[in-house]
Design a protein around this ligand. Structure first.
Ligand SMILES: O=C(O)CCC(=O)C1=CC=C[C@@H](O)[C@@H]1C(=O)O
Ligand SMILES: [Mg+2]
Length: 368
C-alpha cells in the first residue's frame, strides 16, 4: 500500500444542541477530516477529534493540522506500508500529539480494510455483528430537564445513561435521578473536576448503585486515583489519564481503576487502542468505547473498534441524529433499541457524503 495523496479539510458543523461538561460548553464543532488516497484511487478516511480549545487534552484543531502537515504526513506519503500497525511505529519519532496521529492512522486503517476487501471491524479482529450503546448527557440547566432527557433516552432504548457531574451539581443530581429511576444502568463522568480533598463527597456516590465513576481526579493523574479507588466500592473508570498502553499498564498495576474508556484519538490511533484493549482483557479490566462528539467518520471508527471482544460495556456512540441534523456519511449511524448494526461492507462501511462535506468545509489542503 502506498499513499500518494492526502487531503485535509477543516469542517464546521453545528450540533443540534449545546453539550456542557465541567470544562465548558460546545455547539459549533470545528474538526478535521482526512482523506488518504492510494495510486489506484481508493480513499481511506479519518477524523480528528481534537477540539478548537484545548480543554479535554492539550491538542487543538490547529495543532493537529500543524503536526500532520509538518511532521506526520511526510512520514507516510509515498512510503511502502504493508499493514496499518506500522504507522504507530513510524510515528514514534514524534512525541505525543495522539489526536493528530490518530487522524491519519485511522484513515490508513480504513484504506487497508478497503484494499484487502474486508470491513474495518474484521481488519481489527472484531467479531460482533451489533454493538450495544449508551448515551452521554451533558450538564443540563435544571434537574427537571435532565430527568426529562433521561426519560427520552430510555424510551429510545439506550442501554446506559452517563451523566456529567461537577462540584455543586453532583450528589443532588444523582439522588434525583435515582429517586425517579432506581434501576437504570447509570454512571457519572466528572472530567477531572475533583481532588482527593473531595473524598468524603465522592464516597457518597457509592450509595447510588453506579456502574462507574469516570475520571473524578486530575486528567494526568494515576496515583491519586489508586488512593481513591481503595476508598470506593464503585469502580473508577479512567478516560483522560489513559493516553497510551503504558498509562494503562501503570493504572492496572497500581489499581487506579476497574474500567477503562478507550478513545482512539486520545491514545494515538486504532493500533494502540487495540493493544490497550488486549492488555485490559488479560487483566480482567472491562473496557468501553468513549466518544468525542464525532461526525459520522469518527463514529464509524468507534463502531468498528467496539466490535472487539472486551468492549463489554455499552459505549458513548450515540446515533448520528442525536448530534447532527444531517451527518456527513450515508447511511447515518443508526441506533435501534440501543444497538448499532455493524456494517459489513469494506472499510468503515459508511460512504462519506462529499457534497455535504464541501458545503461544511472552511479550509482544505492537498498534499502529494
Ligand atoms: O457522545 C459522545 O461523543 C461522548 C461525549 C462525552 O462524554 C465527551 C466528549 C468530549 C469530551 C468529554 O466531555 C467527554 C468525555 O469525557 O467522555
Ligand atoms: Mg470522559
Amino acid at each position: 500500500m502506498k499513499i500518494t495523496e492526502i487531503k485535509i479539510r477543516q469542517l464546521s458543523m453545528r450540533m443540534k444542541s449545546p453539550f456542557s461538561t465541567s470544562f465548558g460548553t460546545l455547539q459549533d464543532k470545528q474538526f478535521l477530516i482526512l482523506e488518504a488516497k492510494d495510486a489506484s484511487g481508493i480513499s481511506g478516511w479519518g477524523e480528528g477529534v481534537a477540539f478548537e480549545i484545548p480543554w479535554y487534552t492539550e491538542e487543538t484543531v490547529k495543532t493537529s493540522w500543524h503536526m500532520l502537515e509538518d511532521f506526520l504526513i511526510p512520514l507516510v506519503l509515498n512510503k511502502d506500508i504493508q499493514h496499518p500497525d506500522e504507522i504507530s511505529d513510524m510515528f514514534k519519532v514524534i512525541r505525543q500529539n495522539k489526536m493528530a496521529k490518530a487522524t491519519l492512522e485511522c484513515a490508513v486503517w480504513d484504506l487497508y480494510a478497503k484494499k484487502t476487501k474486508q470491513s474495518l471491524s474484521n481488519a481489527l479482529g472484531g467479531a460482533k455483528k451489533k454493538i450495544e450503546v449508551g448515551i452521554s448527557i451533558g450538564i443540563q440547566p435544571t434537574i427537571d430537564q435532565l430527568l426529562q432527557c433521561i426519560e427520552n433516552y430510555i424510551s429510545a432504548g439506550y442501554k446506559r445513561m452517563k451523566v456529567k457531574i461537577k462540584p455543586g451539581k453532583d450528589i443532588d443530581v444523582i439522588q434525583a435521578i435515582r429517586a425517579k429511576f432506581p434501576e437504570i444502568p447509570l454512571m457519572v463522568d466528572a472530567n477531572s473536576a475533583y481532588t482527593l480533598d473531595d473524598i468524603e463527597l465522592l464516597k457518597k456516590l457509592d450509595e447510588y448503585n453506579l456502574m462507574m465513576i469516570e475520571q473524578p481526579l486530575a486528567s494526568d493523574d494515576i496515583i491519586d486515583h489508586a488512593k481513591l479507588q481503595k476508598h470506593l466500592k464503585t469502580p473508577i473508570c479512567l478516560d483522560e489519564s489513559i493516553c497510551s498502553y503504558e498509562d494503562a499498564r501503570t493504572a492496572i498495576e497500581l489499581g487506579s481503576c476497574g474500567i477503562i474508556n478507550i478513545k482512539f484519538g486520545r491514545v494515538g490511533g486504532l493500533t494502540e487502542a487495540k493493544r490497550i484493549h488486549d492488555l485490559c482483557q488479560q487483566h480482567n479490566i472491562q473496557v468501553w468505547c468513549g466518544g468525542m462528539l464525532e461526525s459520522g467518520i469518527g463514529r464509524a471508527h468507534n463502531v468498528a473498534l467496539t466490535t472487539l471482544e472486551n468492549f463489554v460495556l455499552p459505549g458513548d456512540t450515540a446515533g448520528s441524529s442525536h448530534y447532527w441534523d444531517q451527518d456527513i456519511i450515508s447511511p447515518e449511524v443508526h441506533v435501534e433499541n440501543g444497538y448499532i448494526s455493524v456494517p459489513e461492507s469494506f472499510g468503515i462501511g459508511y460512504e462519506p457524503n462529499i457534497e455535504l462535506m464541501d458545503q461544511l468545509t472552511v479550509s482544505q489542503k492537498v498534499y502529494r
